[in-house]
Write a protein that binds this ligand. Structure first.
Ligand code: HEC
Length: 154
């Protein structure tokens, strides 16, 4: 083999290996789980209205559409900002311990295997921070200034 060809192959070997190794399969898995887990229905503005037509770059940026019920009014958080400043372990802890914050699906997330819970974090985190924080939660006595959905059993 010619020396230059050998050097080229060596260089290709060195430069392609770290790239291949850095592709985390959990990121792709997380995308699948976020899509099927209905996360975009609440956390991605325009998702329902566009029949799921929001590009991935706009996913999980939080919403100003409140969910109002006996607990007050809560807003789907901007998970892109949230995940840029909490660790994967913080997220796992949150999934294990959060309860009663309607309508967020904490009770469903707890049923996922730990790797799947990790996958959701890794995917959302891989998208990077974007957008602004969702409005702060309101107590039951406060009338929201934003649009909201009433969730009250009759
Ligand atoms: C029916 C609407 C709804 C769905 C579906 C939903 N969420 Fe939420 N989510 C909320 C609301 C409202 C909050 C704010 C209340 C709270 O913190 O529990 C929230 C909070 C959060 C937070 C912020 C937690 C914190 O306090 O820092 C994250 C992260 C999150 N959701 C991720 C997800 C993921 C991932 C999915 C999909 C598996 C999902 N959500 C599905 C409505 C929803």
């Amino acid at each position: 083999m010619k020396v230059w060809a050998f050097v080229l192959l060596l260089a290709l070997g060195i430069f392609t290996r770290p790239i291949a190794a850095s592709v985390d399969p959990l990121v792709e898995r997380g995308k699948y789980l976020v899509a099927f887990g209905s996360c975009n229905d609440c956390h991605t503005p325009g998702w329902r209205e566009s029949d799921g037509g929001v590009p991935v770059s706009g996913w999980m940026t939080g919403s100003k559409l409140g969910y109002r019920g006996p607990w007050g009014t809560s807003y789907p958080a901007n998970a892109r900002l949230e995940f840029s400043h909490i660790s994967e372990n913080d997220w796992l802890f949150m999934v294990r311990t959060r309860a009663g914050h309607w309508p967020m699906v904490w009770h469903d997330l707890r049923y996922l295997k730990t790797d799947d819970q990790r996958a959701i974090y890794r995917f959302v985190r891989s998208l990077g921070p974007r957008g602004v924080a969702a409005p702060a939660d309101l107590p039951p006595s406060r009338e929201p200034k934003t649009p909201y959905i009433w969730i009250v059993p009759h």
